[in-house]
Design a protein around this ligand. Structure first.
Ligand SMILES: [Zn+2]
Length: 311
């Protein structure tokens, strides 16, 4: 009797083979089909998403990293070129490097530091020490903090070309272009010295604003025609502070999506209600890094797709 019972639960050779092939097949599918993990995670929420984000061949990825109360965005082009915009605070340097290693990024072609505040350049030292950097781009602004001075020395020691961004500059990335839209005027206010740029890939565009506030937004609106501001996605200025994201500026951009980079329970109360109201009024879907973690989009040049968050 006992023998028969055991036999009942034993897989035959064929069943074992089929099970084995199925497991391998699913594993290969999850690994190779873009969006497969995301699809599965949607229905099985207990499945942890893989940290490497894959996009179909020919697509560009734009990541807004969850880096606490700071900014850090990563652009990965189909030709392999990479752009890193800001590197949050010093303590986030390690996390940024870890994120880059998950994305198999071994080199940053353009490292854009929007302005020399510690919540944008704090982690840059660690990134520059760890990875080869093609070029650093900064605005024509300086500060006397130890973090900034040490960073300049490191850039100099490593002989990394340093380019001061000028309004109207176009950076060709092969598949894509970056156009510098701000700051139009020089000022002592470092936030308003933030480099503002639009990234174009095919028919799609992304707007990066650093911590630019209303005076800088107004200068840009005065200088450029409305079509220069149109973008599918915007990184909201100054972590969602009410002093940025004027109605006119956000309306000119008219994005489908907005990403807000801010820390959990930050002492500034970012993002401010005024900014959220503006986004709601214009029907813009927004995501906050403090609520959803990393925010990632892909673009095939025709349309933008939200990859993270998935739910
Ligand atoms: Zn900031």
């Amino acid at each position: 009797m006992a023998k028969r019972k055991n036999k009942k639960y034993k897989l035959t050779g064929w069943q074992t083979l089929v099970a084995f092939v199925l497991v391998i097949g699913v594993a290969i599918a999850l690994h190779t089909i873009p969006g497969a993990w995301e699809f599965l995670a949607k229905y099985l929420p207990f499945i942890e998403e893989p940290r490497q984000i894959t996009v179909p061949d020919g697509d560009m990825a734009v990541h807004f990293l969850d880096v606490g109360q700071g900014d850090c965005s990563l652009i990965v082009l189909p030709n392999g070129k990479t752009v890193l915009i800001d590197a949050s605070v010093k303590d986030e340097g390690k996390n940024i490097l870890e994120y880059l290693s998950y994305q198999k990024i071994k080199r940053i072609d353009y490292f854009i530091l929007t302005h020399p505040h510690a919540d944008h350049i704090g982690g840059a030292q660690e990134v520059i020490e760890a990875l080869p950097i093609g070029k650093v781009i900064m605005p024509d602004a300086e500060t006397d903090t130890a973090v900034f001075e040490k960073l300049l020395i490191t850039i100099d020691n490593k002989k990394i070309p340093l380019h001061i961004a000028k309004v109207g500059d176009i950076i060709s990335l092969g598949n894509a272009n970056i156009k510098i839209l701000g700051p139009v005027n020089n000022t002592d206010d470092l936030n308003n010295m933030s480099i503002v740029l639009r990234l174009d890939y095919g028919k799609t565009s992304f707007m990066f604003t650093g911590d630019a506030e209303e005076p800088s937004e107004k200068d840009m609106l005065d200088k450029f025609s409305a079509s220069e501001f149109r973008a599918d996605v915007i990184k909201i200025g100054h972590h969602g502070a009410s002093t940025s994201s004027s109605y006119d500026f956000i309306k000119a951009v008219s994005p489908k999506y907005a990403a807000i980079s801010c820390g959990k329970d930050n002492s500034y109360g970012h993002p401010h209600t005024e900014t959220i109201n503006t986004l709601n009024k214009l029907g813009i879907k927004y995501y906050r890094t403090d609520k959803v973690g990393n925010i990632v989009f892909s673009s095939d040049g025709e349309k933008v797709t939200l990859l993270r968050p998935t739910a």
